[in-house]
Design a protein around this ligand. Structure first.
Ligand code: SME
Length: 168
């Protein structure tokens, strides 16, 4: 049985390295994308301070992002590609840090408490098939070290899963 270990670490890069090790252990031996997304969201929400939402949106066959496993308040279900922070990160295939969501044109407010946001694309064999979305109630919560840390976590999640069986 996996039990998350508290990380006492002021150095952000080291914090994410330790969290990445724990995520690898949590997902070890399981390749189901939904199950792994659920546990990844739960671990992130438990361990990373100052978040009010952490979870996944997946590209579905109808060409929209649809919410997947997450922790936090109920969220918008469907997001068009190119829409909001998630749809923009999906379209560009790049992570986006939003220091102030009120200043991001087209930001989709799911939880009005959210003040800043980080969205990381999920990439498998050069295809973007979804995003990992993090929201914080604090403005300017995410910096480049958080971005690098969450990109590392997203890569561990993607590598742990078998995608062919999940398609469609
Ligand atoms: N704020 C996101 C929508 C998803 S919620 O934050 C969970 C966006 O603008 O795409």
């Amino acid at each position: 049985m996996f039990a998350a270990q508290e990380i006492v670490q002021d150095d952000k890069s080291e914090f994410y390295r330790e969290l990445a090790t724990q995520l690898g252990a949590l997902l070890d031996g399981e390749s189901d994308p939904t199950a792994n997304a659920a546990n990844t969201a739960a671990l992130i929400f438990q361990m990373v301070p100052d978040l009010n939402w952490a979870g996944f949106y997946f590209l579905r066959p109808e060409g929209e992002l649809v919410v997947g496993p997450f922790q936090g308040k109920p969220a918008c279900v469907r997001i068009a590609i190119g829409s909001g922070v998630c749809g923009t990160a999906m379209e560009k295939g790049e992570s986006i840090i939003v220091e102030d969501v009120h200043a991001f044109p087209g930001h989709i407010a799911c939880d009005p408490a959210s003040r800043s946001e980080l969205v990381v694309p999920l990439i498998h064999r050069d295809r973007v098939f979804g995003v990992l979305d993090l929201d914080s109630p604090s403005p300017g919560r995410f910096d480049v070290l958080d971005r690098a840390g969450f990109e590392q976590l997203a890569a561990i999640y993607v590598a742990a899963c078998k995608w062919e069986e999940h398609a469609g």
